[in-house]
Each structure stands twice: as C-alpha cells, then as structure tokens.
Design a protein around this ligand. Structure first.
Ligand SMILES: Nc1nc2c(ncn2[C@@H]2O[C@H](COP(=O)(O)OP(=O)(O)OP(=O)(O)O)[C@@H](O)[C@H]2O)c(=O)[nH]1
Ligand SMILES: [Mg+2]
Length: 437
C-alpha cells in the first residue's frame, strides 16, 4: 500500500503535443510546492496567472494558471495543486523535473490519485471503477453506463441492501439472546425471514438481467469466418476504412487474428478477422484454425463468408450466425436472397445494409445494459456469494448459524462499495488507471 504522507505529482492530461497540459499535485507539501514554484499561494479554487520558476536554477519554466484546492475540498480529499501550463514536451518535462527536486514529492503511481480519493472517502469503489470506465469509454453507450456508475451505481443499491440485512441481523442476534424463552425467539425470526426472502429476490432479479453491463464495457464480439480466399480480410479492411489485414489471392493468407473496434450507433463492437477454414497439414495454419474456432465459439455473432462465384449453397442466417455472400461484383447481382447478405468487399456494394443491420443487432443486444447495474465480474461475484449465504441462512436451524451466514452476506455486500475488507481487490482496481488519475 502506498504511504499516503508523501506528496505525489503527475501529468493529468494526455501525453503528446497539446495546447495546454495539466499537472496535478496531491499531498501535504502541495502548498509548499505552489509557493516554491509560483512564489505564492493563490486564493483557493481561483485560477491565478503566474510565472513558474525552477527553484534550483531560478530560471523561468513557463507561465500559466495555477489552482489551489486545500483539503478536504479536493478530488483526493488532500491538499491539491494544479498547474495548467503550455503543452509542449519541454514545458511539461521541465515542470515535472522541478517537482521531482522538491523534498517529499514523488511521481504518482497509476491510479494513485483515485486511490487516495477512495481512502479519504471521496469515492466508493464502484465510483472509482466507473471513473476508470469513463476514461476508457470509446462509445456513447459506454460513457452513459460509466456516468450511471458514478452517480447511482450498484454501490448505493448494495449499501441499501446491506442496511436491510443488518436490520434482519439484529433480530437474529436478539433471537440468540432470547433463546431460553422459546416464543420470543420464534417471533423474532418471523420478523427477519421476510427481509431475507425479499433480499434474495431483489439480488437475483439483478443477477438474472444477464451480462449486458459487462459486455458493454468490453464490446460485443463479431467474428468473420468461412473458407479461405472468400474475402474476409478484404471485408474487414473495407469496414475499417484502412488496410488492417493482408489480402492476397493465396488461400490461407490470414494467420493471426486481427481486430478492429467499431462504434455502431454508439455501441462498441469488436470485429475479428480469422484464418479461412480448410483441411491443412501446416502446423502454423492448424494453430491459426484452432484459435479461430475458439474465437467463433465465444463470439456474440459470427459472419459466415462464402464466395458468390463458387458453387454450393450458402448457409441460411440464424441468430448467432449471419450468412454473407461476397464478390457479387463478379457474378452479376445476387439480389437479397432470403437469409443472406450479398456484398462486395471490392466495390462496397451491400455493406451499408449489413452494417446498418449490425447496428440494430448491437442496439438490441445492449438494450438491457441501459439499466444494468452490474458492470463488472467483481460485482457479480460479491452478489452471488451474498445471495448464497442468505439462502443458507434460510435453511439453517440454529440461530447462531443463521447469524453467521447473515454476517457473511453483509460482508459480501459491503465489499461492493468497498465499505469492508477490500484490501485484496484495491491493487487490481487502481492499477487499471493511467498515471495522473
Ligand atoms: N472481385 C472481388 N474480389 C475480391 C472481393 N473480396 C476479396 N477479393 C479478392 O479475393 C482474394 C482473397 O481475399 P482475402 O480478403 O485475402 O480473403 P480471405 O477470406 O481473408 O482469405 P484467407 O485469409 O486466406 O482465409 C483477394 O485476391 C481479394 O482481392 C470482392 O468483393 N470482389
Ligand atoms: Mg484473410
């Protein structure tokens, strides 16, 4: 665990040339940092124009705006200073080097600002996860989901359930105390039981909504599959609008799987090109085929390609497999035969219709995610363990056993927002962040 008495700093805006770069400092030495570099402590929360000077050489580093957020009114809950300087590489590295020379300051680890915000109670764990998701969001639907996590996510719901559970626990604990007086004890369990039954129903209702929340984070997976040389890689290049995959007249060109990330109407779709399927003795091609097969099995949708010029019947589309007939430019038009998509990767014919149907498909696939609260496997596991313990509590005969199961369940619910006992998951969550967040 990083010691929190140190003062950390990092570039909070992206790397690379930019008009403005933001460098953030958090920790007890933040005010000294401002005084050392800017010559004064500005009025809290008011952008102030200053000239920044390197304390070692007294040389001007840059001019820009500084902001001062005294604790606890800051993102991390600690004293925070922000420097908005010019975004050139030399300006940024000059400031970072000057900060490194100030005693008690060190460069931040990935996610350390957010971790400090969590430790000072500014963010719960679900909010921290949502923040990481928001920074990583590529599409509008991902952004909406992350913003939901930041305001009324699963953390709040789980905390409310935990409060109900603690009420039920108090009845069970009292039952233990009154165990000598049979009637009173029974009455207490009768008050606890309905609370537990309702909690089981509520948690299960959430869990059965499926994995659409998690899928939205990761994107739906569409795999391009079919025999060699039918134009799968050509199709991928056409959809990506650039030459991602190697295309050639030789069958068996594609070996490594290549993917492109598409934004279809706001929904994230990963499209993967795979090796053409055929009998082969080439060990490398065999490995490529094994990987392709595995990817198809786990795909949300497979686009099965065939060649319009080849004889043989193209399969009819089904729920998880759509049949695409490519190279219609060679064989005259193949009018929208039922259940297949006639396209030409060469001319682009038919591709708009296919993409628009894919967009509709993504919209339907992700529709439940609009209300999904479970956005990570971690949430699902905690809720699953919590509900299991509740079920065991209902079956238990002894009040002591019931109490123990309820405690377990409350602990699992508390782990979601990070109220209890989460040291083991913290490293994993915050290491996902980039430095400076
Ligand atoms: N006329 C025509 N040729 C195409 C079309 N799409 C692909 N081709 C050609 O077909 C050949 C094979 O294309 P690829 O995209 O490499 O086929 P593939 O399915 O990825 O093949 P493998 O990677 O070997 O499985 C190349 O010569 C392409 O130029 C099309 O729509 N029309
Ligand atoms: Mg290919």
């Amino acid at each position: 665990m990083p010691e929190s008495s140190s003062t950390i700093y990092a570039l909070a805006s992206g790397t690379g040339l930019a008009g403005i770069a933001v460098v953030r400092v958090s920790g007890p030495r933040s005010s000294d940092v401002l005084i050392t570099l800017a010559g004064k402590l500005p009025v809290p929360r008011r952008a102030t124009f200053v000239v920044l000077r390197d304390p070692a050489s007294s040389e001007d580093l840059d001019q820009g705006l500084v902001l001062w957020f005294p604790a606890p009114g800051s993102f991390t809950g600690e004293d925070v200073a922000e420097f908005h300087i010019h975004g050139g590489r030399a300006s940024v590295s000059g400031l970072l080097q000057a900060l490194g020379k100030i005693e008690g300051c060190r460069i931040a680890e990935p996610g350390e600002f957010s971790r400090r915000a969590f430790e000072s109670g500014k963010l719960d764990l679900v909010e921290a996860e949502a923040l990481a998701d928001l920074i990583a969001a590529d599409t509008a639907a991902q952004r909406r989901q992350a913003l939901r996590g930041l305001s009324a996510g699963i953390g709040l719901v789980a905390d409310a359930w935990r409060a109900d559970l603690i009420r039920a626990m108090s009845f069970v604990e009292a039952e233990i105390d009154f165990s000598d007086e049979g009637d009173v004890g029974d009455g207490l369990w009768r008050r606890a039981e309905p609370i537990i039954v309702r909690l089981i129903d509520d948690i299960e209702a959430l869990l059965t909504k499926g994995r659409s929340g998690e899928r939205l984070r990761e994107g739906a997976v569409v795999v391009l599959s079919g025999p060699p040389n039918v134009g799968k890689s050509s199709f991928l290049n056409r959809v990506a609008g650039r030459d991602v995959a190697i295309v050639s007249a030789y069958a068996g060109t594609t070996r490594d799987m290549l993917e492109v990330h598409l934004d279809l109407g706001g929904y994230p779709v990963t499209m993967i090109d795979t090796a053409g399927i055929r009998e082969t003795n080439d060990p490398i091609e065999q490995e490529a085929l094994a990987r392709a097969r595995k990817r198809s099995e786990n795909a949300d949708l497979v686009l099965w390609f065939s060649d319009a010029g080849e004889s043989g019947i193209s399969p009819t589309s089904s729920d998880r497999m759509w049949s695409v007939v490519n190279k219609i430019d060679l064989s005259g038009s193949l009018d929208s035969e039922d259940g297949v998509y006639p396209v030409s990767a060469k001319t682009g014919a038919g591709i708009d219709r296919l993409l628009s149907d894919l967009g509709e498909w993504a919209k339907t696939a992700f529709a439940p995610s609009e209300s999904a609260l479970v956005t990570r496997e971690r949430h699902r596991l905690c809720l699953g363990s919590a509900v299991d313990a509740l079920r065991r509590a209902l079956l238990a005969k002894e009040p002591e056993l019931r109490a123990e199961e309820l405690r377990l369940s409350a602990r699992e619910l508390g782990r979601i927002s990070g109220r209890v006992d989460v040291e083991d998951v913290l490293g994993g969550i915050f290491s996902e962040f980039c430095v400076g967040k």
